[in-house]
Write a new protein. Structure first.
Length: 455
């Protein structure tokens, strides 16, 4: 049973609201997952880190969370990618699904209760479309089945946009609605370019549109009305807007009670995205000497609704901050100081940050303040930090001194770099750091001297 009051910023009302789940002490949560046609980039992963700290926070506050996340494994992008690579759709999507799940594990993101693939819920999608046709919200066109937004009550309320304005934007932005400015595709009839990607349906063989997939899967597992739906801010329109329209038209019930949207990860030139070609991936960071935990720490420092600008300078700063935390935790584990018990005070502070729209940056500050309070009994302090880490996910329990065998050749490079630094030959020192990294080691400068770790 939930023990604490929580307020969340609801995109639907554009205000912070007290959170009241449909079932006391239980939360039904749907998180829009990836389209598995390519490696997830850091911007994508920031959204899943937001989902993770939300889920962890809810659990910390005493709720039981049922989380569903989908895999979009059939759409225009996945079909084009499978054809371009010359492999079956299933083989392509499973390949990128596995890479995505590996990224989640590396970032210590808790896996959802249920992971759903769109291709495994086609019957539910067809049934939902049939309901919309029967209720006259959907109609048959030459190339598919479309939803009529003119018949949808309060269409666009989530995006706060009127129908006429939105119809003009839709034709530019929604790749599923190319021939219908006002309406969106529920089902796309089979075309030669689709190859063997086709399912039978009474209204015509074909494949689902993107929007219908999430409605069918979420309602199948969470019910026709559920508590929270999450996603990146760019999904607010058209995807989430269309989910609301088709779901509420089919059921006559409120689809989702709280809509939470995460901010973008940006570069200096704007949003990080595949279409702009300015992406970075987690494996790329690892090859450059960073740990997934360093990226997680970077994301924890910014509120989920705010934009976060990515740069390697920012990542380096997050790395240094994380490594300081790790050293302090290791030192604390070896300490037996019998100071005061401040558990209740710090726990109250930490809980209040979560209650305030999941304010993880503030929670992190409470964590750091607790860590640095040397008057706090060391064993109780460590126990509390481990409890806080159930939200932060920094793996405090696993932090320990790692024994690294450094080859003599690398030791010589480290020594040469120290001599270059001593004589202020900074360019030479940078070259030597790069050679150390190429040899498979990370070099961190500390007050006790250089620390060498294996990548």
């Amino acid at each position: 049973m939930a023990k604490h009051v929580l307020t969340l910023y609801n995109s639907l009302s554009r205000t912070e609201e007290p959170f009241k789940p449909l079932k006391k002490g239980k939360v039904s949560l749907y998180s829009c997952g990836p389209t598995v046609y390519n490696q997830a980039h850091l911007g994508n992963l920031r959204t899943y880190l937001f989902n993770d700290v939300l889920k962890r926070s809810l659990q910390y506050l005493g709720y039981t969370v049922t989380q569903v996340m989908n895999m979009t494994d059939v759409d225009d992008k996945t079909i084009k990618a499978s054809q371009a690579q010359g492999i079956p759709l299933r083989a392509l999507t499973r390949k990128y699904e596995d890479l995505f799940l590996a990224d989640l594990t590396a970032l210590n993101i808790l896996h959802p209760t249920h992971i759903t693939r769109a291709t495994e819920y086609i019957p539910e999608m067809i049934t939902l479309i049939e309901t919309l046709i029967k209720k006259k919200y959907a109609y048959k066109a030459q190339d598919g089945i479309y939803f009529s937004i003119a018949k949808s009550k309060n269409y666009g309320k989530l995006a706060n946009l009127d129908k006429q304005k939105k119809s003009q934007e839709r034709i530019k932005g929604d790749e599923y609605d190319k021939q219908h400015a006002h309406d969106f595709a529920l089902w796309k009839f089979h075309m030669p370019e689709d190859g063997d990607v086709v399912w039978p349906a009474a209204f015509g063989p074909g494949r689902p549109g993107w929007h219908i997939e999430c409605s069918a899967m979420s309602m199948k597992l969470l019910g026709t009305s559920f508590d929270i739906h999450t996603g990146a801010i760019d999904l607010l329109f058209p995807h989430h807007t269309n989910e609301i329209a088709q779901s509420e038209a089919a059921t006559g019930k409120k689809f989702v009670h709280y809509w939470l949207h995460g901010g973008f990860l940006t570069m200096k030139e704007g949003k990080m995205s595949k279409s702009l070609g300015n992406i970075h991936t987690l494996p790329e960071l690892i090859t450059q000497g960073y740990l997934p935990a360093h990226y997680r720490y970077l994301c924890l420092q910014t509120h989920y609704r705010s934009s976060l600008q990515f740069s390697f300078e920012n990542l380096e700063a997050a790395k240094q901050a994380y490594e300081r935390v790790k050293r302090k935790i290791i030192e604390l584990k070896a300490t037996t100081h019998k100071g005061a018990d401040k558990t209740k005070d710090y726990q109250t502070q930490f809980t209040s940050t979560l209650q305030n729209d999941i304010n993880i940056p503030a929670a992190l500050q409470v964590f750091l303040k607790t860590l640095d309070d040397i008057s706090f009994n060391s064993q109780k302090r460590l126990a509390l930090l481990e409890h806080f880490d159930e939200v932060l996910g920094l793996e405090v329990k696993n932090m320990k001194e790692e024994k690294v065998t450094v080859p003599k050749a690398v030791q010589a490079l480290v020594q040469a770099r120290e001599e270059a630094r001593a004589t202020k030959q900074w360019a030479e020192a940078d070259i030597l750091r790069t050679r150390i990294k190429e040899a498979g080691f990370i070099l961190t400068d500390t007050s006790q001297g250089p620390k060498v770790e294996k990548i």
